[in-house]
Design a protein. Structure first.
Length: 164
């Protein structure tokens, strides 16, 4: 934690290896997704942290051989999403990982995901084999497929622009 006035480190919060993304929920709790070590010496985990105190309020462990990435939060800030082969959804009040995927990755290679701040729609990139053009899949907030479109090789980041 850094003091924004002095830019000095106030305290350090220890989480698992490779913290890769963070989100702030509707209760002002900070969620930190750690992908763990690539050598499987440190398991992936999801931490819920009180940003005022730096206290870890909750830790949810992933299986050692999993590789979660790209933590997202919906527009109402009450549901978290992450990719772990499939796209999973987790309520901010949950105490354990979801068992079933929210959106199943069937014969695709989910790489990144984003939620439109305008529509709440979920967009997921598919990098295929990293050598050919990829795809972006669009779903509504209920996980129903809306659209698919082809993009260039290794689609990664997405940006949403208000055209109104």
């Amino acid at each position: 934690m850094i003091d924004v006035n002095s830019l000095e480190i106030v305290t350090t919060i220890t989480v698992n290896k490779e913290p890769c993304s963070m989100q702030l929920d509707k209760h002002e709790n900070l969620w930190v997704l750690c992908s763990g070590s690539f050598t499987n010496s440190d398991a992936p985990a999801l931490f819920k942290i009180d940003p005022s105190s730096g206290d870890i309020l909750q830790k949810i462990d992933f299986p050692l051989n999993s590789a979660p990435k790209h933590l997202l939060i919906n527009n109402t800030k009450d549901s978290l999403y992450f990719i772990n082969t499939h796209l999973y959804c987790l309520s901010v009040s949950a105490n354990q990982l979801p068992v079933d995927p929210f959106i199943q990755a069937e014969n695709v290679n989910f790489y990144n995901a984003a939620i439109s701040p305008f529509t709440g729609h979920i967009f997921i990139t598919d990098v295929k084999d990293y050598l050919q053009n990829g795809y972006v899949y669009q779903f509504n907030a209920s996980g129903i497929s809306l659209d698919t479109f082809e993009v260039k090789i290794t689609p990664s980041e997405m940006m949403f622009v208000n055209t109104n």
